[in-house]
Each structure stands twice: as C-alpha cells, then as structure tokens.
Design a protein around this ligand. Structure first.
Ligand SMILES: [Fe+2]
Ligand SMILES: [Fe+2]
Length: 272
C-alpha cells in the first residue's frame, strides 16, 4: 500500500499548499491513502467543516487532530457525523465526542487502521498514550486484521516520540509525529519494519514562528507580555510529510521517504 502523511496544516497557506500539490502528487505516487493532520487548518486553531472539506477535496482520505481539536466549537458536533476525522484516542472513556481510531476500507478491499494519540510530556495529559496504543494494536493485528496501520503521535518531546516508535515497531506500518511543526530528518524503517519519523513538519508558511506571523511570538518571548493575537503567516506554504510503501503480505514498511513541496524548504519528492 502506498500511503502519504502530512503534518499540521496551518491556516490558508497550509490549505493552499495541500490544494496546489496534493492532487498531482497523489497521481505521481499512485497513493492509495492520504492522511493529514489538520488541527491548525482553521486560521491556525482547530478545524471547521468548510476547511476540512477543502482538504478532502484536494485528496485527503482522513484528517487527524491534536491538542487543538476543540478550538472551533462546531467540531464537537461535526466530528460525530464525520468518520474521516479523528481526535486523540486517549481521552478518558466516554468523555470526548468522535473517535480516535478507525478502520477504513479502501475501494479494492484492503483495510487501514488510523489512530491519533496525544503524548504527555509538556502537553495536556490524557490517559496513558502507550497503554492506549497498545490496546488498539493488540485488537487489530497488522497483516491479519488489517493491511496497514498508521499512528499519528501528537507530542512535544522527541524522546517520548522516539520511544513510541520503538514501542510500536513491528506492529504498525508507520508511526509519525506531529505538533512541533518542524520536520525532522530521521525518517527511517525501524528494525522490526515500522516506518518512523519524529515529526512530519507543518504544512504551512515557514517564514513564521511555527506557522504564525513572527512579530507577536517574538514579542512574547522578549517582553513576556501579550500585545496582540496569533495570526497565521500568509506566505507560500510548504506541503511537508512522509511517504511510505508497505508490503501487502505483512503490512510492514519497505520504503519511507520525505516529501517537501512548495514554499521555502528544500524540495524533495520520492519517485516510483
Ligand atoms: Fe499543530
Ligand atoms: Fe498540536
């Protein structure tokens, strides 16, 4: 299975990067499934039905969220009727609306399990992310109950993400980080066959402070005072993420490569 995952879409620049680059990329890489973290799609904060539809129209199959899941109040009801939208799986049982993990059917009959999990270090703490993911992986063994498994781990600390990658090694097709909005250069296939990247990077304008116009974040670091609101940067965005190909017999990864298209970052696109 050929799968692409893209990191946090930030505002209009991020949505435009997806719309400009994803349709062609989907063709060129013959992608079977596309997952996008969209927790910052609506003006940098959360997601709305309208912004989600822009991403689905551009070629996303599933959108994931994170700590910004509920920044837009409409998401609380929207997520109940949109199975292609996932919030963190590790909310305490019976609390958050929507789902954090779901098994999707491809048109050809193959099945892919996608999960979004909120890690704990320097973050709002939900239920144990390791125990939550372990339960999901045990309930749906890779290569038996499904053909591919992708875990979007939403977290701040590289150590916790690296540990989660190895914790899932051999049991998932891809474990990829989101939330820091900066792509890491460690995309690789772990020893037991799970593709891994600490952070997919944001899809947005990199002439910014993690997607926001620079002035207010810099002022807050310098003065420790609030002088305005955070607004998404508006320059050309980069579509940033990772491409994997799995062995359909096992669900494990046989390729794992970076994608960066448009905007300021060095450009890289896998070729078939
Ligand atoms: Fe984010
Ligand atoms: Fe986040």
């Amino acid at each position: 299975m050929r799968i692409a995952f893209f990191g946090d879409v930030v505002g209009k620049s991020g949505r435009k990067a997806v719309a400009d680059h994803l349709p062609g990329l989907r063709e060129r890489l013959k992608l079977d499934f596309v997952i996008i973290n969209a927790e910052n799609a609506a003006a940098g904060f959360g997601i709305t039905e309208r912004t989600a539809n822009e991403l689905y129209d551009a070629g996303a199959d599933v959108l994931t969220l994170g700590n910004h899941a509920w920044d837009q109040s409409e998401t609380l009801s929207y997520i109940e009727r949109e199975p292609r939208l996932l919030r963190p799986v590790n909310y305490p049982e019976g609390t958050a609306p929507g789902k954090g993990a779901f098994l999707y059917d491809l048109p050809d009959g193959r099945r892919i399990l996608v999960m979004n999990v909120l890690l704990r270090l320097f973050m709002q703490t939900l239920d144990d992310p390791f125990a939550s993911i372990d339960r999901q992986l045990e309930a749906c063994p890779l290569g038996m109950a499904c053909d591919a498994i992708v875990v979007d781990m939403h977290g701040e600390a590289t150590s916790e993400k690296h540990a989660m990658g190895h914790f899932c090694d051999g049991r998932a097709s891809l474990v990829v980080g989101t939330h820091t909005h900066i792509p890491t250069a460690d995309h690789q296939i772990l020893p037991q066959g799970t593709a891994y990247q600490t952070d997919a990077g944001m899809s947005g304008d990199y002439d910014s402070v993690i997607g926001m116009q620079k002035e207010e974040p810099i002022a807050r670091f310098v003065t420790h005072m609030r002088s305005g609101r955070f607004q998404p940067a508006t320059g050309e965005g980069t579509l940033s993420g990772v491409f994997i190909e799995t062995d359909d017999a096992t669900g494990l990864a046989i390729r794992c490569e970076a994608i960066r298209l448009g905007g300021r970052l060095s450009q890289i696109e896998p070729t078939l």
